[in-house]
Design a protein around this ligand. Structure first.
Ligand code: IPE
Ligand code: IPE
Ligand code: MG
Length: 248
């Protein structure tokens, strides 16, 4: 472990497994198409997969799970798909809220809320408030989230603080900026998993994943199971994270 790195202080867990896993849940549409069904059928199947992975977290030592549900770019999809997804999110949060409390899961949302409808925002607030006392798995759902959008919004707030005299430009550094990000309470992800065979980041946690390990797997999200999750988290333990240093 390098002795002098801003990143290590934030990312490293105590054990050998990843403390924070972030997942780009991709492939719902293709999963549905393979079955001759509409894309929303795949999104519903995908949403049902989340519970099993959340429940697997304590078993594999994952304290933080962050899932990408809707990107700032996903508004480009058809109105039918976007409306169907928004309705799915509302129903999902409403339905799962009690289960999260029961399982001691603390729920948070990241992303820009301005484009979301009032009913959905209300449910997001309710889920966060209802689980604020939970001390188990930290589940963060990225909804209308984009890494560039997040950094731009953070920079705007930071600039406002500078303009108001609360912050000096010379005090802005790698420690200051993340305090303005949506993820300010979360450690950086140790492992980022993307399902569905695409090897790209699609604007997810750009700042936070600077030193994350990546797993790009072919499984489509609705087929992703706890066993595969356990296999990936255990494989992570064998990786040598050097953070730019040379191991002595
Ligand atoms: C991921 O599955 C879910 C969202 C982006 C909302 P996709 O809908 O992107 O599925 P594919 O990539 O088209 O198969
Ligand atoms: C990324 O998947 C966003 C989510 C999983 C929510 P996309 O399917 O939107 O990404 P691209 O279009 O393949 O890059
Ligand atoms: Mg996709």
């Amino acid at each position: 472990m390098p002795s002098n790195s801003a990143h290590t202080a934030k990312v490293s867990g105590g054990g050998t497994g990843p403390r924070h896993v972030a997942i780009i849940m991709d492939g719902n549409g293709r999963w549905a198409t393979q079955r001759g069904r509409p894309r929303l059928f795949g999104h519903h199947a995908g949403a049902r997969r989340v519970r099993e992975i959340v429940e697997a977290c304590p078993k594999v030592g994952v304290e933080y799970l962050t899932i990408f549900a809707f990107s700032t770019e996903n508004w480009k999809r058809t109105q039918v798909e976007v409306a169907g997804l928004m309705s799915l999110f509302r129903r999902y949060i409403f339905k799962e809220m009690q289960a999260f409390v029961k399982e001691n899961v603390r729920v948070r949302f990241i992303g820009d809320r301005v484009r979301l409808d009032a009913k959905l925002i209300g449910l997001m607030d309710e889920a966060e408030a209802m689980t604020s006392h939970c001390t188990g798995t930290n589940l963060t759902i990225a909804l209308n989230y984009g890494g560039r959008d997040e950094v731009a919004r953070a920079t705007r707030r930071l600039a406002e603080d500078v303009a108001a005299g609360k912050l000096k430009p010379e005090d802005v550094d790698e420690e200051t900026l993340p305090k303005y990000l949506d993820t300010y309470v979360l450690p950086d992800p140790d492992l980022v998993i993307r399902t569905s065979g695409e090897a790209r980041i699609s604007n997810f946690l750009l700042w936070q994943s600077a030193y994350a390990e990546y797993e790009f797997i072919d499984t489509l999200w609705p087929d992703f199971k706890a066993e595969e999750f356990a296999r990936l988290t255990s494989a992570y333990g064998a990786r040598d994270r050097r953070y730019g240093a040379v191991r002595a």
